[in-house]
Ligand binder design. Structure first.
Ligand code: S3P
Length: 188
């Protein structure tokens, strides 16, 4: 049974984890937190969980142990979060590069690709200097390259929703609409 937020009447019932995928800067964490509230589900952010488990920031993890070690932690954390009651989970932009994570998400969750264009992603992802992959080189080139590499994985998501410009509330509303139609269709 899903852990319901005590004061929230869920917009509609969701019986599986809802996983937000997409590039850094797409707004997965902010949107995910609001989406969880609307659905009466707990929210988890994979990066924050990795940081907690490792006792250091994502940047420090990349610096001290390398990206491969970060990816191992990411795979484990996502598997753990998808093994219990339904939650809303915001994944890091590179989570789906791991084949077992892709298989797990496909099997257990409703996934939503929060899609945005390169300029929007660059603008949002460079607001804070916390992303290790953007520390070297031109952020626009890096984001464009990673988006091109990862689009085949993001496209496998159950639903695709465009990250709306401006306030995230509109994006949350668009996700709720798409999710409700999907839930009705799979139950019918
Ligand atoms: C990464 C995205 C980051 C974080 C790490 C690597 C990526 O998460 O997991 O810096 O490979 O795109 P956000 O997508 O939440 O920024």
């Amino acid at each position: 049974m899903a852990a319901l937020h005590p004061k929230v009447v869920p917009a509609f019932p969701v019986d599986r984890p809802v996983v937000l995928v997409g590039m850094m800067g797409a707004g997965k964490t902010t949107v995910g937190r609001r989406l969880a509230r609307a659905l009466g589900l707990a929210f988890h952010d994979a990066d924050a969980e990795i940081e907690q488990a490792a006792g250091m920031s994502v940047s420090e993890l990349f610096e001290k142990h390398g990206e491969a070690s970060f990816r191992q932690g990411e795979t484990k954390v996502i598997a753990r979060l998808l093994s219990g009651a339904p939650v809303v989970l915001a994944t890091g932009g590179g989570a789906l590069t791991n084949a077992s994570t892709r298989a797990l998400v496909r099997e257990k969750a409703v996934s939503i690709w929060l899609r945005a264009d390169v300029d929007t992603l660059v603008r949002r992802a460079t607001r804070r200097p916390t992303r290790p992959l953007l520390k070297k080189g031109d952020p626009k080139e890096t984001i464009a390259r990673l988006l091109a590499e990862r689009t085949p994985y993001y496209e496998e998501a159950t639903l695709t929703v465009d990250s709306q410009p401006g306030a995230h509330g509109r994006t949350v509303a668009a996700i709720l609409e798409a999710l409700e139609s999907h839930m009705k269709a799979v139950r019918a």
